[in-house]
Design a protein around this ligand. Structure first.
Ligand SMILES: Cc1cc2nc3c(=O)[nH]c(=O)nc-3n(C[C@H](O)[C@H](O)[C@H](O)COP(=O)(O)OP(=O)(O)OC[C@H]3O[C@@H](n4cnc5c(N)ncnc54)[C@H](O)[C@@H]3O)c2cc1C
Length: 399
């Protein structure tokens, strides 16, 4: 694809960004693609790939070097996430571990916890997952039922989580639990007695990263595994969700970029009625639409990335980014697949996998309906505040 139709993205254009892009592409070629089919059959990737990612410095890109990270700004994470997504190589679940779990621990964990977990997470020796969703509740996080009862020197944990990305492979799960004073985040090590895991689910897409259920039956967790303050877990989640949602938006951008490149190449090779498919105006118009949607969405996501780096990304802007890009991803990749004809439906064709993987992006990290709810709340925030004040005044008057 000609670069003249791509927006200049100066902030990602340094030599270091390019080196990172090359490293991710090489990692994909040598470590992921040769093993992909085997991982798909096992519905989980190998542990070796994590060690390799650690060796190449791909884990903990933004983490402080004193904990084993690279200390880079978020634009580097964005480059890695987008490049992984373009190839489909994020299937080992690296961004969950590196861009979601690590920041929770870095920002809210005690020094002892950071020293214990972060260096091993950067080397790929320990893999971390995030457990919020439960069988009975996903969108309504405050309705979780998993409990952590304070027993003096430890918490006693009971409950279950579901749909946990890399839950099966992970060595610990950063888990949202109900404690006496609200929701708290607690690290639960996988080797603790009473912690069991379900078999990885068979999924529509993302077949090389596992997703499973986790069960906690009287699991004794040391008190020092609490992240931040007890009862503040919901606030921490609300603080971290914009980054998680932006990560999903960046993945959507990468996936569509990958789809556009694959389709541009394919339509020049494939012929019908004695012409390459790209000679049909329909093909040209479809890909013009994909390229336009991609660039327009990229501009918004790049702006959000900049805001995140300045710690100014609001929940509603992150929700807009996730909502807009993932809807675009679904529609545009479907258009791309159509141009492959029957081959597009075959699993061995990367476009089929990009389409299958795309479906979940409108669901996880908060569904797109929840994204719209967040945006609408911001639109009507003054109105809701006014209504609340009126109700409070009426109650006071009745007393
Ligand atoms: C592959 C995969 C990986 C995942 N990884 C993780 C993970 O690592 N960690 C984790 O904690 N979770 C994970 N999840 C869970 C995911 O975040 C939830 O599935 C998602 O938040 C939706 O929750 P739910 O499935 O319970 O759907 P529900 O909350 O039951 O929603 C069902 C439907 O109702 C709609 N709905 C709900 N509330 C409202 C409302 N107020 N207004 C309008 N519509 C509404 C939803 O939008 C949806 O369409 C993963 C899910 C999948 C599929």
């Amino acid at each position: 694809m000609s670069s003249s139709i791509q927006l200049p993205r100066d902030v990602y254009g340094t030599e270091e960004h390019q080196m990172l892009r090359d490293t991710v592409l090489e990692f994909y070629k040598t470590e992921v693609e040769p093993n992909r089919e085997e991982w798909e059959e096992n519905t989980a990737c190998s542990r070796e790939v994590w060690l390799k990612a650690g060796e190449l410095g791909l884990l903990g890109l933004t983490l402080d070097p004193k904990y084993g990270g690279s200390g880079l700004d978020f634009s580097y994470s964005a480059v890695a996430i987008e490049t992984f997504a373009k190839t489909g190589a994020d299937s080992p679940g690296i961004s969950m571990h590196s861009d979601i779990v690590i920041p929770y621990i870095e920002k809210h964990g005690s020094e002892a916890i950071k020293d214990k977990y972060l260096p091993k997470m950067c080397s790929g020796e320990w893999i971390g997952s995030l457990g919020m969703t439960e069988p009975s509740t996903g969108s309504d996080v405050q309705a979780i039922r998993t409990t952590a009862v304070d027993m003096g020197d430890h918490y006693l944990i009971n409950g279950s989580k579901t749909f946990i990305t890399i839950g099966y492979t992970s060595d610990f799960t950063l888990t949202a639990c109900k404690t006496e004073h609200g929701i708290s985040l607690i690290i639960i090590d996988a080797n603790l007695e009473g912690f069991t895991k379900g078999k990885p689910f068979k999924k529509l897409g993302l077949k090389t990263s596992d997703t499973c259920e986790l069960f906690f039956d009287n699991v004794k967790v040391p008190k020092e595994n609490l992240i931040g303050e007890e009862g503040k877990g919901f606030i921490y989640m609300m603080q971290e969700l914009p980054r998680e949602r932006l990560t999903i938006a960046i993945q959507a951008i990468g996936a569509v970029r990958g789809g556009l490149e694959l389709t541009t190449a394919y339509t020049q090779e494939r012929t019908a009625f004695k012409q390459p498919i790209c000679a049909f105006q329909n093909t040209q118009f479809k890909l013009a639409e994909v390229a336009t949607q991609l660039e327009v969405n990229t501009a918004f996501v790049d702006k959000c990335t900049e805001l995140l780096a300045r710690k100014e990304l609001t929940p509603e802007l992150a929700s807009m980014a996730k909502y807009a890009t993932t809807e675009m991803q679904g529609k545009m990749l479907d258009e791309c697949l159509q141009l492959f004809g029957g081959y597009g439906y075959m699993w061995e064709y990367p476009i089929a996998r990009l389409v299958a993987d795309a479906r979940v992006s409108r669901i996880y990290g908060g569904t797109n309906e929840i994204m719209k709810l967040m945006i609408a709340r911001a639109i009507f925030s003054d109105y809701f505040k006014e209504m609340k004040a009126k109700r409070r005044a009426m109650k006071m008057a009745q007393k």
